[in-house]
Design a protein around this ligand. Structure first.
Ligand code: KG4
Ligand code: ZN
Length: 346
């Protein structure tokens, strides 16, 4: 976190809120890329015993947490509400009840302080997390968004110009990690546990399937892979055979990573861009970063990914996206609503 020491006498300060799933977060950033505070109150321990996010519980926890989190974000940034230039808030995609908490608070603050309100798309926020970690990064680039709810390839042509090349037909990459982890009796969310287990396993031990691998096919599918892992584990159990969990984790992760890396590189070269940007919770995966780095180097491309804390859900990335919408005058009014299946570019 930084103290603001910019040259301009009055910095553009964006306060943003993120409540789309199971993290209540508020952040203040200065002049688009300087993070003054990024407070994240995670509900993971609350949902862990259910093996996944329970939407109603998430909404209730957001209600309890949101005001203290906003308060803490302002105090940590050493600013008051009266210093804030504009308010950004995630208004989709996500859980409708959870989104509504952030949207309602942001609307109230915008109305009370008479400052612009900016509705932010959560996926665009994940992409923009990279601008906070890499001050030199500018569009155009190819973004691979891999989170618990989404797997998409997005050609980012400019700060407000996105083209969706393809997305998953079924499970998202993070969802596949979490479901496989659950069957392997690992805690929720399972992605980080599979990641660390995979480090000691053999990625070639089990030949799990890679789907939709045709050239220039930018759609993804992970449900077949998930079923293949489940079948492998069930068959072994029925035969009374012992399974090497590290080998299963490494082989599963290799199947996910192979598909993500090869499609990201193909998409970048098809769109003639030389920069690839990773975004979303699965961008924290060490196997994915390593393979993508190796392949980018071979192809003469540059790879960017956010600092670990900015990979999973946080409000600083929402504030960064809001800043560029603020610059282009893309404001919302008090009719702003939560849109659970909000599309990119909206
Ligand atoms: O972006 P995010 O915080 O929430 C959504 O917008 O969905 O992503 C959460 C997802 C979870 O599925 C989690 O298991 C996954 O990111 N994840 C990982 C890793 N860290 C988080 N998946 C694989 N490897 C990791 N190291
Ligand atoms: Zn997310």
């Amino acid at each position: 976190m930084e103290d603001y020491e910019g040259n301009s006498p009055k910095p553009c300060l964006i306060l943003a809120l993120e409540t789309s799933c199971d993290e209540t977060s508020a952040s203040v950033i200065a002049d688009g890329r300087i993070v003054l505070s990024n407070v994240i109150s995670s509900q993971i321990p609350v949902h862990q015993k259910f093996g996944g996010v329970v939407p109603e519980i998430a909404s209730r926890k957001h209600i309890e947490n949101v005001i203290p989190v906003v308060d803490q974000a302002l105090r940590a940034a050493k600013v008051s509400l009266s210093d804030i230039t504009a308010i950004g808030v995630t208004h989709g995609p996500g859980l409708v009840g959870a989104l509504l908490i952030g949207v309602s608070v942001a609307k109230a603050l915008s109305f009370a302080k008479d400052i612009p309100l900016i509705g932010v798309n959560h996926l665009e926020g994940h992409i923009f997390a990279n601008f906070l970690s890499h001050s030199e990064l500018e569009p155009p680039f190819m973004a691979l968004v891999v989170s618990g709810g989404h797997t998409s390839l997005v050609h980012v042509k400019g700060y407000n110009d996105f083209e969706l090349l393809g997305q998953t037909r079924d499970d998202a990459a993070g969802e596949a990690f979490d479901k496989v982890a659950r069957v392997m009796k690992l805690p929720y969310p399972g992605g980080p546990y599979i990641d660390s287990l995979a480090k000691t396993g053999n990625p070639d031990a089990v030949a799990f399937p890679r789907a939709l691998t045709g050239r220039d096919n930018f759609e993804f599918s992970f449900s077949g892979l998930k079923s293949a892992v489940l079948n492998y584990l069930n068959s072994a159990a029925q035969r009374g055979e012992e399974v090497n969990n590290a080998d299963v984790a490494a082989s599963f992760q290799a199947a996910v990573v192979d598909v993500l890396v090869s499609k990201a590189l193909q998409a970048a070269s098809k769109c003639n861009v030389k920069q690839i940007v990773l975004a979303g919770g699965v961008a924290a995966n060490s196997g994915l970063k390593l393979k993508l780095q190796q392949q980018c180097q071979q192809a003469g491309m540059s790879l960017f990914y956010p600092d670990l804390i900015l990979c999973t859900d946080n409000a600083a990335m929402i504030a960064c996206r809001a800043y560029y919408q603020y610059l282009s005058g893309h404001y919302a009014d008090l009719h702003l609503n939560a849109i659970p299946s909000l599309k990119l570019g909206n």
